[in-house]
Design a protein. Structure first.
Length: 303
C-alpha cells in the first residue's frame, strides 16, 4: 500500500535557513548565527522558494529582508516542523537512555505527607539509579517553580485548577484531624468537628490550605476556635504535638486508618466533607525526561 505522505521537495536545512533569516532580519545575521557562508544561505533560500514555487521574502540590499504574506504563513508552519523534528530526536534519545539521573518534583505542603515519602521510597526500589528530590511549599510557589522549569512534575489539589497543565487524578484522600497523643478523642474510630469546636485550632494560612480547612468547617456547620496560624506544616505539626491545638489534614485511606507521627494521632473525620482529588501535573507542551515519564506512570499505578 503506497504511503499517503509524499517526499517533500524542500529540506530541513532550507527551513532552518529560512527561519533563522526571518528571526535575524538579514541574511548576514542568519549566516553568522548558523556558522555558514552568506552565499550558501542565500542559495538555500532560493532553492526553498523554488521548491515551494512562492516568494517568501523580499531581500533588500542594505535593508535586510521583509516577509511576504506567504512567507509569514510558511514561517509559522516551518517553526512547527522544526519543533517536531527536535521532539523526535529528544524522544529517541530518552528512549535509548537508561532510567537514571536526578529528578526534581514539587508538592503543596498539605499533600506531601499523604503521597511523596511512600512513593519516592517505592520508586527507588524499582529505579535505584534515579535520585528524586522534592520541594514543598505554598501552592503558588510550587506552581511558579513548575512554570519556571525548576521542577518537572508537581502534586496539587484539583480545585487549584489545571489550566495549561497535563494531569492525572491519583486519589481522593480522606479528611483527618491531627490530635496530640494524649487527647481525650485520640483513640476514637472517628470524630466530628463539632466535638472539637471549642478547642484551639491551628489554621494553615496559605490560600489553598485556608480555603480547604474553612470549607470543611462550613460543611460541618461549625465555627473553628482559631488560636494559631502558620504557613508551614512543620510548625503546625509541632503545635499539635505540644498539645497547643489540633488541625485538619488530608491523607490516603490506610488499612488501619490510624497513622501515627511522633506525639500526634490522626483520626478520620466523620462529617460529610467532600474530598479534593490529588493530581500529578506537568506543563502542557513540555517534553518530559525519561525518568520523569517513568515517575509519572509509577505514581498513577501506585497511588
Amino acid at each position: 500500500m503506497p504511503s499517503k505522505y509524499a517526499l517533500p521537495k524542500y529540506t530541513l536545512r532550507q527551513l532552518v535557513y529560512f527561519v533563522a533569516t526571518a528571526e535575524a532580519g538579514t541574511t548576514s545575521g542568519a549566516a553568522d548565527r548558523l556558522f555558514v557562508s552568506q552565499s550558501a544561505l542565500s542559495a538555500g533560500l532560493d532553492d526553498l522558494e523554488a521548491a515551494l514555487d512562492v516568494q517568501l521574502m523580499i531581500r533588500r540590499k542594505g535593508k535586510g529582508v521583509a516577509l511576504t504574506e506567504a512567507g509569514r504563513q510558511v514561517l509559522v508552519r516551518a517553526r512547527g516542523v522544526l519543533q517536531a523534528t527536535d521532539e523526535i530526536q529528544m524522544f529517541a534519545a530518552d528512549e535509548g537512555a537508561e532510567i537514571r539521573g536526578h529528578l526534581k518534583v514539587g508538592a503543596f505542603e498539605m499533600i506531601t505527607p499523604a503521597v511523596l515519602p511512600r512513593l519516592i521510597a517505592e520508586f527507588r526500589e524499582v529505579w535505584p539509579e534515579v535520585t528524586v528530590e522534592f520541594v514543598e511549599g505554598p501552592q503558588h510557589e510550587i506552581t511558579e517553580a513548575l512554570y519556571a522549569g525548576r521542577i518537572e512534575l508537581a502534586f496539587q489539589f484539583e480545585t487549584v485548577g489545571v489550566e495549561g497543565l497535563d494531569y492525572e487524578v491519583l486519589s481522593t484522600p480522606m479528611p483527618h484531624v491531627l490530635l496530640p497523643e494524649g487527647h481525650d478523642l485520640a483513640n476514637e474510630e472517628s470524630v466530628s468537628l463539632r466535638q472539637l469546636q471549642d478547642e484551639p485550632f491551628v489554621l494553615m494560612s496559605t490560600d489553598a490550605g485556608e480555603s480547604f480547612m474553612l470549607s470543611a468547617f462550613e460543611v460541618a456547620g461549625v465555627t473553628p476556635n482559631i488560636q494559631y496560624r502558620s504557613s508551614t506544616m512543620d510548625t503546625i505539626r509541632s503545635l499539635v504535638a505540644h498539645g497547643l491545638a489540633y488541625t485538619i489534614v488530608v491523607q490516603r485511606p490506610s488499612s488501619s486508618n490510624r497513622p501515627r507521627m511522633r506525639g500526634i494521632v490522626s483520626v478520620p473525620v466523620n462529617d460529610p466533607i467532600p474530598g479534593d482529588s490529588i493530581l500529578i501535573v506537568a506543563r502542557q507542551g513540555v517534553n518530559l525526561t525519561a525518568r520523569a515519564r517513568e515517575f509519572w506512570n509509577f505514581a498513577i499505578r501506585n497511588t
